[in-house]
Ligand binder design. Structure first.
Ligand SMILES: Cc1cc2nc3c(=O)[nH]c(=O)nc-3n(C[C@H](O)[C@H](O)[C@H](O)COP(=O)(O)O)c2cc1C
Length: 253
């Protein structure tokens, strides 16, 4: 089994490692000229962003050539996954694949503008992550299949959230809105955890380019908590308890 994953704060890396098999980082795969993956089972593990998959994961689905008899998606999310299952089904179809299985694991919501990370961490036990994961892992091990029904209502809801163009603009706006405080020690961690290679650190400071994925890996993983958004719901930051900073660097550098 091969799992392709995208992660900013470790939830998806943890889920991917719990499911097992060979783990491949989507940001690293995307730096290859061609992506060819063949295995008996191939899965994508990624966060829900804006009720669908991250932009880079969608681009990955368009670029990769995947050959498998059992293709699946597992999302991680915090509050709600909207029509993310339907997006996975359609992205698979576009890639010439049949989505055999899809599920979502509710974990910490790392969307900093809305959620206080400390509150998210404190209330995590209520989400029973391990119980959810046991069920997902058992279903994948049994090669369970599920079908996603796409109705006209689903399509209308997908259109509502499916703002690819707006997302591309959001990338620029977000990158422009980051500020770096005087606590920055120019350690370069932000550049190393950025899945999009969007950050350069020099003696003069931190520079954000215009292809931000809006994943907040830089803010969440900054050892000095020096990077900020105009709006943050709290001061705490989050990284999955089973995942180290080095794991995130190795996934995204
Ligand atoms: C830009 C952005 C958008 C998000 N949108 C959603 C969403 O629509 N629904 C939701 O439940 N969680 C949303 N989240 C939360 C993540 O899906 C969730 O925290 C995920 O587990 C993070 O995975 P990671 O730790 O592997 O990066 C969003 C997070 C970010 C950064």
């Amino acid at each position: 089994m091969t799992i392709c994953y995208f992660t900013a704060t470790g939830n998806c890396l943890y889920v991917a490692s719990r499911i097992g098999g060979t783990l491949l980082s989507i940001p690293q795969l995307m730096r290859q000229e061609r992506i060819e993956i063949e295995d008996e089972a191939v899965g994508v593990v990624c966060p829900v962003y804006n009720a669908e998959m991250p932009m880079m994961v969608r681009d990955f689905m368009r670029k990769a050539s995947i050959r498998t008899g059992y293709f699946f998606f597992v999302y991680t999310y915090g509050m709600g996954y909207g029509e993310a299952f339907a997006h996975a089904k359609l992205a698979a179809e576009e890639a010439g694949l049949t989505l055999r299985y899809v599920n979502a694991v509710q974990m910490v919501d790392n969307f900093l503008p809305y959620f206080d990370m400390q509150e998210q961490i404190d209330t995590l036990p209520q989400k029973n992550v391990e119980g959810q994961l046991d069920a997902v892992c058992a279903e994948i091990a049994a090669r369970k299949t599920v079908d996603v029904r796409i109705t006209p209502i689903t399509k209308a809801q997908m259109a509502l959230y499916h703002k690819r163009l707006a997302d591309r603009w959001l990338r620029k706006d977000t990158a422009l809105s980051y500020t770096v405080s005087g606590d920055c020690i120019h350690c370069g961690v932000c550049a190393k955890v950025c899945p999009a290679n969007n950050i350069t650190v020099t003696a003069e400071g931190v520079r954000f380019s215009d292809h931000c994925e809006v994943c907040y890996a830089c803010l969440q993983n900054c050892p000095q908590s020096a990077i900020h958004l105009p709006l943050e719901a709290g001061t705490a930051h989050f990284r999955n308890e089973h995942v180290t900073l080095n794991d995130i660097i190795q996934s995204n550098e």
